[in-house]
Ligand binder design. Structure first.
Ligand SMILES: [Zn+2]
Length: 324
């Protein structure tokens, strides 16, 4: 038998090529499948991270405005709303891409809670456009504190700050919280008299006005903000960042801490600094208080919140029922 070597080589080559092509084909299909699976994982991880943040935000809001938010609703097109005592609904996410200014002028609840307010001492003037809490949803404030000058005025209660009475909104515990903060500040001033010069005389609280240079109502218009003793370096429009930093360096942080303990945020933690300004914003403080990065990834989504609290448990159930 004569072996045709050249034919044999051709056959071997043909076999090797076929095997290689088939294995390439199989591995291509396999890798496609892997890519598809990993894509799906990324997408579901993304959507579940979004949903978790949304639920945690809504829980913070319900804890912050317990008498004013009565429910949560998901519409047929999937949009989520909080339902107010009046029956009005406020959208969580309008799904619009917004610039910094657009968020200031036209925020939804998600924009308002997006930037985490630091409960630790930030030391320096914040980086450009870092203003946690300066983005506000006015429809929420109007529902809670009054939607006109006369309505807000009728909700004011006098709080005595250093011997003079100042009007502050009595709704949602705002005036009570201011009073408690000042009781603690007065007690502190007895052992640290140097803090007096930063607090008194208090500059003002309620003032139905717009934010300088805008057509946006100031939080002072709702009677939920207090300006302590003023200094020319306090406001970003009056002072250079260096002057602001100098004022920030000397500012007594125990006063800041007392306000934060009572659900007030401080304008000293904004790049558009407003160092004499403290604003009652329980939703911002509550979100920060229960925000720990790892908690955002642990099941269930409300991990870290005080679920032993009967009210919190009630809100969790409302959110679960509405959004699942
Ligand atoms: Zn102010």
């Amino acid at each position: 038998m004569v072996i045709n070597l050249s034919k044999f080589r051709t056959k071997v080559l043909f076999c090797i090529t076929s095997i290689t092509l088939v294995s390439l084909f199989i591995s291509a299909i396999f890798s496609l499948k892997v890519i598809k699976e990993s894509d799906a994982n990324i997408l579901s991880a993304r959507s579940s991270a979004y949903e978790r943040t949304m639920k945690r935000d809504i829980l913070s809001l319900m804890m912050a405005y317990p008498e004013h938010i009565t429910g949560v609703k998901k519409s047929e097109n999937g949009k989520v709303y909080i339902v107010m005592k009046s029956g009005n609904e406020i959208i969580y996410d309008d799904e619009k891409e917004k610039s910094f200014d657009e968020k200031i002028y036209n925020a939804d609840l998600q924009d308002m809670l997006e930037e985490l307010y630091p409960l630790w001492d930030t030391e320096d003037i914040m980086e450009k456009n870092t203003d946690p809490g300066r983005i506000r949803v006015y429809s929420l404030f109007k529902e809670v504190y009054g939607d006109s000058q006369s309505k807000v005025s009728s909700n004011l209660e006098n709080v005595f700050l250093g011997g003079s009475g100042f009007g502050f909104n009595s709704n949602n515990n705002a005036s009570k919280s201011l009073q408690k903060a000042f009781e603690e500040i007065s007690a502190l001033a007895k052992c640290k008299p140097e803090i007096y010069q930063y607090v008194f005389p208090v500059n003002g609280t309620f003032n139905y006005r717009f934010i300088a240079g805008t057509n946006l109502l100031s939080p002072h218009a709702f009677g939920i903000a207090v300006d302590l003793k003023s200094d020319s370096r306090d406001y970003w429009k009056w002072a250079t960042p260096e002057q602001g930093q100098q004022r920030l360096d000397s500012y007594p942080r125990d006063v800041v801490k007392i306000f934060e303990d009572h659900n007030f945020i401080w304008g000293g933690k904004w790049s558009h600094f407003d160092i004499l300004h403290f604003e009652y914003r329980p939703e911002i403080i509550i979100k920060s208080k229960y925000f720990v990065e790892q908690h955002e990834k642990i099941e269930p989504w409300y991990y870290g919140f005080p679920e032993g609290d009967k009210n919190v448990l009630k809100y969790i159930k409302i959110i679960e029922k509405a959004l699942n």
